[in-house]
Design a protein around this ligand. Sequence first.
Ligand code: ZN
Ligand code: ZN
Length: 444
Amino acid sequence: MKALITGPMLAAAVVLAIPAAASPPQGSGTAWDIVADLTTEVGPRLDGSEREAAARAWAAARLKALGFQNVREEPFTIRGFVRGEDRARLLAPAVQPLAITALGYSPATPAKGIEGEVAYFPTLDALKAAPAGSLAGRIAFVDHAMRANQDGSGYGPFGNVRRQGPGIAATKGAIAIIIRSAGTDNHRNPHTGVSSFPDGVKPIPAGAVSNPDADLIARTAAAGRSMRVALTLTSHPQDGMPSGNVVGDLVGSNPALAPIIVACHLDSWDLGTGAIDDGAGCAIVTAAALKAHAAGTQRTIRVLWAGSEELGGWGGIAYAKAHANEPHALAMESDFGADRVWRVKLNLADEALAARIAAALNPLGIVRGDAKANGGEDVGAIIEAQKLAVIDLNQDGTRYFDYHHTPDDTLDKVDPVQLQQNVDAWAIVLGIVGNAESDLKPVG
Ligand code: ZN
Ligand code: ZN
């Protein structure tokens, strides 16, 4: 009798014939589990959304399970942003779809969309130089030349196209603005991120297109061809949305010494799953705090998983206000992905202690930087209010802005080996400062 392959047997044969996909990196340990579980069980967690609230509940449960004490959610209210459907098309000289995303706090266009002639600006300075009223009825396009580099310093000046461009275009009469994404990849992924409009300026719809789409617009402009764009953005701001911080302590053995605060942010942009921005940061600071505490620390290590960083650092501001009357000794933050730490910067008056920390990090390939540490968005307000000592562990940012604020910010971009190097570096620092009995003061 002939063998007949039918039903389940056939299905099994077909499954076996499919070649395995490239396997994603698989890690293990506390840090990996935090970023893997947060991105799997909660996913994107935009400021003010129901998913950000779900993330707070998830985070509080996880911190308690890991042995943190005094775990609590500290709610506050923000002006949030609701993602709708964002679409754009080049209508002339050729009809082409544009991969676009609305920028944070962009108002919506009318539901039927808007159309306008494109005014191309190669730089933000060129936009600034445009005469008042010269953009009336037109859609501004602002280009820039951000490139990848190790310290991520391009994000400051080129990111200003996103932060400031919409407000400037609005003051000159533009009906909308489109920018080249603040990103360094060549994928068809636009990079979102927050924008703002100065007081008294009527906000205009603002979106970012992917780099290949921006290249198309730049080529067309260079050829001297006029362009028209159709734009429909239904994303929009919304007042009175709930957000909050999650805080937990690993209580030290000497209550007379002020605590160390280590921070990350729990919210994320909604296009990806917030694995590198900033699930990895929460994973790193939490795993390192546990590791240092387990080895013995005199000072309490407080973990702050801040809410609503992306739309304006609202969590850091709320924390500084809520904890203004409590002493803090030193602040640190992790919010630059999961790639390895390559440099330490210290703002510590005790130079012997600073040198000891730098020497202890040396075997991990970490060098001491000349510039002063400055913390970040989630600890900036408390550092400023209390004049705290600060240590920065700078991560390699070479590929960070390929994925930042895009659909590509997903778990597979986290390299478990580099993630663990971060945890080891942080644990070394927390072990030293957590047992430093001298006053931890900044240089200035
Ligand atoms: Zn971030
Ligand atoms: Zn971000």
